[in-house]
Structure formats: C-alpha cells, structure tokens
Design a protein around this ligand. Structure first.
Ligand SMILES: *Cc1c(COP(=O)(O)O)cnc(C)c1O
Length: 360
C-alpha cells in the first residue's frame, strides 16, 4: 500500500483510521450482510447511522437545540441559490466578497433579489480580509454573507464581521470542524464536506429554527426548501447515504482526537511549521497578509513560474501530491486539513528546504 501525502484542496485527505474502518465494513455492515451503500435509508441500521452522525456533530460543535442540522446534496454551490431563495424575505442581502466562492454566491444571489457587495478584497487578488467592523449594512438586509475560510486564496476571518444585528450566513466548507465555533453567532453555517469531513456529495447546513419557514421566494423547488428537509430530518428523499456514514465516522474520529479545541491546537502547530519556514525562506513566499492566514490552505510562490512548475513536479515524484495552486492564482497551495498528519507538513518543509538549497 503506497499512501501519499495529499495536499489537495478538495476532495481531500481523510483519516486513515476511517478509511480502514469503512473498508472493513464494506461487505457486511454490523451483521446486516450488506454494505451501507446497499441499504435502505429507511432501515433501522441506517436510521442509527444518520441519528448518531447528527448527535456527534451537535456534540462536537456544541450546537444549541434551536438549530437544525441538515444533511443535503448539491454541494456548497447549491447553497448559493438555496440561501437567497429561503432567506430573502425582504429581497435584500449584503455580501462580503473575499474570494471566488463568495463572489459566486454573490452573483447567484443577484438573480433572486438585491444583493449588495458591501466589502471586497478583489483589489489585491483576495490576499487579505477587509476590515468588517463598521460596514454599511443595509437596514433591510435579510442576512450578511461571508465565506469564512477562502480555500483558493488561503485567508480566514479571525473575527466575524459586525453585522449590526443582522443574521450572519457563513460558508465554512474549508474550515469546518478545524476549530471550536460559537454557533449562536450565526443564522446559518454550511459547508460541503469534501474539504475537511468526508466524501463529496454531502453538504451540511446548520440553521437557526426561526429562519426555516414556508415563506420562500415564489418558484422555489421543493428540494430547495430548508423546511421540507428540516421537517423530514434530512430524509425527505434518499439522502447521500454512504457519504453521511463516512462523515459520521469522521465525527467519531474527531471526538477521539479530543474534539475541536484539540484540533485547533494541532492545526495551529501544523500550520506554524509551514508559515515559519515560508517567513524565513529566500525562495518561497506566502501570498497572504500574515494576520489573515488560514490554518487550512497555505498558498505560496517562488516568484518564478518555471521554478514553481519544477517544484510541483519534483514534490509529486517525492510523494507530496496536489501542491499546484488554483488555476486562478498559480504558484503552490498546501491544504493541510484535519486529517493531514503533522509528519506530512514536517516532511514537506524538509523537502522545500532541500529544493531551495539545490536551486539557489
Ligand atoms: C469547494 C468550495 C465550494 C464549492 O463546493 P462544491 O461542493 O464543489 O459546490 C464553496 N465554498 C468553499 C469555501 C469551498 O472551498
């Protein structure tokens, strides 16, 4: 078995323990004589899987009782439409645009109502988080939208924006469960799970109950109403059953690691190794304003496209794969999600040092 160090931004590395447990249960899940993939989503065995997954997630994130947890499909991108369709009661929402994903969400919302771009960092290739302490929040805004960790650019909101009392909606796809969160500060927290939790095809939406109503935009399809999924405990139709099962296993793994406070400590330690190296290197440079750096996605460049390409190629040959930066930014990006072991980052840095010496 040849496992690589996979620095992919998503779909991304998962805990080996989880993969092994899933493999062991592939042919016969707990004496049912079948795989979870082959099982009715209305069966007792599956009911237990989804209920435990929700309970463990509630436990990990300390989710209050007045929030629903929904396991949906369509990826994070489906939420770009679902959010305005369900939440734009006044037809107005404010968007803080800190990267491609926030921009796509903003553009989608423009199709459903008056979406205002109240702040942006596009002027500097999204390499920082704008000051959000006193933004011109619209008086009739139904919500304020952010993308909390910008996967492509490697920035992260270290403090949440001052929404002046408006509901905060946050895309946490690439920082989901990487550190503790105060759920009560949000109206909606959502994320595709393929970055930090499980297989692509599942999106988790944590939504305050008062935001779930029948009062949605005209023409909203049944499948895009939060209420239908909330009323049916995410079993209105066949959910992404196998994906939810893997998410459940990752939740249990996270609890075993000590929960989100322990993950934060581990993630800080991991990221520091890489950032400390970048800060002293003469060849490699981080591209993000230091105070806005993400713990999950670390973009860097050498300053030469040729050298970047050589590095990515040689790194891959040495077992460090998927280090090429997003096509819109170039350079390199190391995504170091929860399941990336600290040895992976240590070995990557050792490889970078060696590369720097050889190519100086
Ligand atoms: C990957 C990503 C998305 C898009 O996710 P899909 O599941 O492919 O739709 C949206 N937002 C963020 C922050 C992401 O990292």
């Amino acid at each position: 078995m040849a496992r690589v160090y996979n620095f992919s931004a998503g779909p991304a590395v998962l805990p080996e323990e989880v993969l092994q447990a899933a493999a062991a249960e592939m042919m016969d899940y707990e004496g049912t004589g079948m795989s979870v993939m082959e099982m009715s989503h209305r069966s007792k065995a599956y009911e237990k899987i989804i209920q435990e997954a929700e309970a463990d997630l509630r436990d990990l994130m300390n989710i209050p009782d007045n929030y629903k947890v929904l396991f949906l499909q369509g990826g994070a991108s489906q939420q770009f439409a679902m959010i305005p369709m369900n939440l734009m009661k006044n037809g107005v929402a404010d968007y803080i645009v800190t990267g491609q994903w926030a921009k796509k969400a903003y553009q989608e919302a423009c199709m459903y109502g008056k979406a205002n771009k109240i702040a942006s960092s596009e002027d500097a290739t999204f390499s920082y988080i704008p000051d959000c302490s006193d933004l011109p929040i619209s008086e009739d805004a139904d919500y304020v939208y952010i993308c909390e960790n910008n996967t492509i650019y490697g920035t992260k909101f270290k403090t949440l924006p001052n929404t002046k009392g408006k509901t905060l909606v946050s895309d946490v796809s690439s920082c989901f469960l990487s550190e503790p969160v105060d759920v009560t500060k949000y109206g909606v927290i959502y994320g595709g799970v393929q970055k930090n939790i499980g297989p692509a095809g599942v999106v988790i939406v944590i939504i305050r109950e008062d935001l779930i109503t029948e009062d949605v935009l005209p023409g909203t399809p049944t499948m895009l109403k939060y209420k239908i999924h909330a009323d049916n405990d995410s079993l209105y139709n066949t959910p992404p059953a196998y994906g939810i099962y893997i998410c459940g296993k990752v939740f249990k793994w996270l609890k075993k690691q000590g929960g989100l406070a322990a993950m934060k400590e581990y993630n800080e330690k991991k990221a520091k190794i890489l950032y400390d190296f970048l800060d002293q290197s003469k060849m490699f440079k981080g591209t993000v304003r230091p105070e806005d750096r993400s713990l999950m996605n670390v973009p860097f460049v050498t300053g030469s496209d040729e050298l970047d390409a050589k590095f990515v190629k040689e790194a891959a040959a040495a077992g460090f794969v998927n280090l090429k930066g997003h096509r819109s930014v170039g350079g390199m990006r190391a995504s170091i999600y929860n399941a990336m072991p600290i040895e992976g980052v240590e070995k990557l840095v050792a490889f970078m040092k060696e590369f720097e010496e050889k190519n100086a």
